[in-house]
Design a protein around this ligand. Structure first.
Ligand code: NAP
Length: 308
């Protein structure tokens, strides 16, 4: 396959940390340009808007959209309308309906739309999925707790409507949950804690189940200080799966499993290249739907104000 001419829109933390090295390490892609209001990547042509970038470089074939989710639809619409393949950071948008509309547009234009869930590419995830396909889960406990000051400094968008608050990292856990469990789970109850001065939750307790009555308890909290907890524990008749570090580590009944090194973003870009090559899209809305359900069904409590 010839190299895919790629552009990035919305240059910020995740682009510098993950996208740039993953693209540099993938021979299927050449990074041609960026569109971002303030930030640039050394040695890459930069433009203030996606429209200016696509006009100057009509040869661009694919774009990665890495701005906050509230601003993604407009850019995705512009790129898909221009016949470009599109990769979207998680969460794929601000609402379920807008992402469904993008899926329709991609199909209409005959281009690839990839709504990424990077945590699904963590090394423990396929191992857990295969194990749970064979041995039924009996109980699932999810702890996704981190220090918001450490992981999201100066990110105002994350506290605004559509920014999702603690669900921004929590959706990573839900993307794993929806991938590894053999039967669909659904929310039964939730408590969301909103700081009195913010428009998004700082913590959430979620109680899911499935048709078999499986208990799935999830706790998300941004008020944790010190080391983060990104853990999923699944009890089965054949032992306990204990996933840690967001899927980089796994033990089964206390025995550490040998896993390949973490390579979530390189795996995302390999999958994007495969999708383009095979004329397919990959848009799974199930993690975002669980969060929409939490906002719909969850009880709200107002908690202490949060200051940066
Ligand atoms: P970020 O650095 O705060 O934002 C990315 C860039 O988006 C900003 O540098 C900014 O670039 C642009 N942007 C910000 N507000 C905008 C607006 N109102 N309109 C248009 N563009 C705007 O965020 P991030 O941490 O990279 O996260 C971006 C996405 O990646 C989010 O969906 C997040 O959930 C996901 N993600 C983040 C991480 C992480 O560890 N940070 C991990 C995985 C996934 P300009 O000012 O140059 O326009």
């Amino acid at each position: 396959m010839s190299t895919i001419k790629l552009a990035i829109v919305g240059v910020g933390k995740i682009v510098y940390d993950q996208h740039v090295p993953a693209i540099a390490g993938n021979a299927n892609f050449t990074l041609l340009a960026t569109a971002s209001r303030n930030n640039t990547i050394d040695g890459v042509a930069s433009f203030p808007t996606i429209e200016a970038m696509l006009a100057a470089h009509p040869e661009i074939e694919a774009v990665s959209l890495c701005m906050p989710p509230q601003y993604r639809y407009k850019a995705a619409y512009a790129a898909l309308s221009a016949g470009k393949h599109v990769l979207m950071e998680k969460p794929p948008g601000a609402t379920l309906s807008e992402v469904s509309d993008l899926k329709r547009l991609a199909a209409e234009k005959g281009v690839t739309l990839f709504a990424t869930w990077h945590s699904r590419h963590a090394p423990a995830v396929p191992v857990m999925k295969a194990f749970l396909a064979e041995y039924a889960p009996r109980k699932v406990t999810i702890n996704w707790k981190e220090d918001v000051r450490q992981w999201h400094p100066n990110q105002d968008w994350i506290w605004q409507p559509g920014g999702l608050g603690v669900f921004d990292p929590g959706i990573n856990a839900l993307s794993i949950m929806t991938e590894i469990l053999p039967r669909a789970v659904f929310l039964r109850a939730a408590e969301l804690s909103f700081p009195e001065n913010r428009e998004a939750p700082i913590a959430a307790d979620l109680h899911f189940t499935n048709a078999d009555g499986l208990p799935v308890e999830a706790q998300f909290d941004w008020r944790q200080t010190g080391k983060q907890s990104w853990d999923i524990i699944v009890e089965t008749d054949k032992g306990e799966l204990r996933m840690a570090d967001g899927g980089a580590k796994l033990s089964i009944d206390g025995v550490a499993q040998e896993l390949p090194p973490e390579a979530e973003y390189p795996s995302l870009y390999s999958h994007f290249a495969d999708l383009i090559q095979n004329g397919k899209s990959d848009v799974d809305l199930s993690p975002l739907r669980q969060i929409a359900d939490a906002f719909m069904l969850g009880k709200r409590q107002v908690v202490e104000a949060f200051h940066d």
